[in-house]
Write a protein that binds this ligand. Structure first.
Ligand code: UDP
Length: 472
């Protein structure tokens, strides 16, 4: 039997060593605090000096060009900096490229940092609430968490919340990661493009909407007055569908699914693939309105508006666990019911009856695409909820059964790679074959746009109206 080691009392014992270590740590704490406060600024100075020195020929040429154009090298705009102290945000005067290179002078001067919340104008700064004022305890940045997420279309939490999270969780490592991710998305993104209200992928109209607008539509539409009597034999709930590249690949060859998407009230763009597809088509996606990010926002809005949710789908216990998670976050949330998505055709009438009996306003169905959307379209007339939507693997994430990709991967648009690593056997076809196939098809559409016309009524309806030919 292994014996417990005997603790030697006195200065040679383990307790004494631990005490000495903790004393040393305590003695060094002020030095560590000082270093962690100074190091980011030191790095900003070194980096800005390096950029300014290395680009000095460019700076000189750009300065001369500004001088010739306007008689002045630099111009400035008053912005509000750290501790609400105003500063002049510099740029080269006149027209042309590289005007923003002068911002590195602001970094060198200490007005700005490489990473920090977005610099605000006076008016914007006045509108910042007391609760969000913590953003002014740090220097505004050339790159900000909000800008990075907006570039990828996932700034759903809103700027104040992102800034708060940034300030409270700031670390040198985090700053370096954010700067690196901003460089990557900046190189891949960039360039102004038109932002049409309706996107066209393979002839399917997709609403170029924002997360806030999509949630508002669901809440407004699920009001009793919006659709008349629930359970009406002709109407049934309004249907919303999220589509990602995999869904569009399926719709390419699956006429029934394509028809469902054409008849849905709203088709919403989900995932980085649509973002890239838009860019190939020379357009810009307003936001990546994916179901996973929407779920908590929808629950919050539903709790505030008094709408109830029914969660149908996933393995036994999973939908209920996801609902419970949400109820912990939003205690006013009304969950009308939950059940798993593994039932036979014979059980369908009972399932529909249970959903209707629950009196739910909004029905979320998670059977995976296209099954969930086909199922909803098939049973729509029999359902009495006012809004229904297919939500894929969402309950798995919120129940904790499947882990979602970390924030840094989502900011790089790599959530799909994380899912591929988690379930390579099931996902390889979807991503390894599906992603390039989708891009190839978008390229084909670009070559022959006349082969992919939008249905006339869908194209005419634009954002905010029903997408289907039938206005409901
Ligand atoms: N699922 C279900 N019933 C079925 C087959 C699948 O409820 O007969 C569930 C499955 O448990 C999972 C979801 O449907 O929760 C599909 O997840 P997937 O990751 O495929 O969805 P995606 O978001 O990728 O469309």
């Amino acid at each position: 039997m292994a014996q417990k080691p005997v603790e030697i009392p006195g200065p040679l014992g383990r307790a004494a060593r631990a005490r000495r270590r903790s004393q040393a740590q305590r003695a060094l704490a002020p030095l560590r605090a000082l270093l962690s406060a100074l190091l980011p600024r030191l790095l900003d100075v070194v980096l800005s000096l390096a950029v300014l020195l290395l680009s000095s020929p460019l700076l000189l040429a750009r300065g001369l060009w500004s001088l010739v154009q306007t008689g002045a090298v630099l111009e400035g705009e008053t912005m509000i900096g750290r501790f609400r102290v105003p500063f002049r945000r510099l740029r080269f005067s006149g027209r042309g490229r590289l005007r923003e290179l002068a911002l590195w002078i602001n970094v060198l001067l200490g007005d700005m940092a490489v990473v920090g919340p977005r610099p605000l104008s006076r008016e914007e700064a006045l509108a910042v609430s007391v609760a969000d004022s913590v953003r002014f305890t740090t220097r505004p940045g050339l790159v900000s968490p909000f800008r990075l997420r907006r570039q990828v279309g996932i700034a759903h939490q809103g700027e104040p919340a992102l800034d708060r999270d940034f300030v409270y969780g700031q670390s040198l490592r985090g700053d370096l990661g954010l700067a690196a991710r901003s460089v990557v998305t900046g190189v891949l993104g960039g360039g102004a493009r038109e932002t049409p209200p309706l996107l066209n992928f393979f002839g399917i109209p997709i609403l170029n909407t924002s997360m806030a607008e999509a949630v508002r539509w669901i809440i407004d539409t699920s009001a009793a007055s919006a659709t008349g009597e629930p359970g009406g034999p002709l109407l049934g709930p309004r249907q919303l569908a999220f589509v990602n590249p995999d869904c569009l690949n399926i719709a390419w060859r699956h006429a029934g699914y394509r028809q469902v998407l054409l008849a849905a009230d709203r088709v919403i763009p989900d995932g980085i693939g649509i973002h890239i597809g838009c860019r190939m088509l020379g357009q810009s996606l307003r936001e990546n309105v994916n179901g996973t990010d929407m779920f908590p926002l929808l629950c919050e809005a539903a709790a505030a508006a008094g709408r109830s949710l029914y969660l149908l789908g996933a393995r036994p216990g999973i939908a209920a666990a996801a609902g419970e998670q949400m109820r912990r976050r939003f205690p006013a949330l009304e969950l009308a019911g939950a059940r798993d998505g593994y039932f036979s055709e014979d059980e369908e009438p009972a399932v529909i009856e249970a959903v209707n009996a629950s009196g739910a306003d909004i029905l979320l169905v998670a059977f995976g695409a296209p099954r969930q959307d086909l199922w909803l379209a098939r049973h729509r007339a029999a359902l009495s909820a006012r809004v229904c939507m297919g939500v894929g693997g969402l309950f798995d994430f919120y129940s904790g059964r499947v882990r979602r990709a970390p924030a840094w991967m989502r900011e790089l648009g790599l959530e799909w790679a994380y899912r591929l690593l988690q379930e390579p056997g099931r996902m390889w076809r979807r991503y390894v074959i599906g992603n390039p196939l989708f891009l190839l098809r978008v390229w084909r559409q670009l070559q022959h746009p006349e082969r992919f016309p939008l249905p006339a009524s869908g194209a005419a309806s634009g954002a905010g109206a029903g997408q289907s030919g039938v206005m409901r």
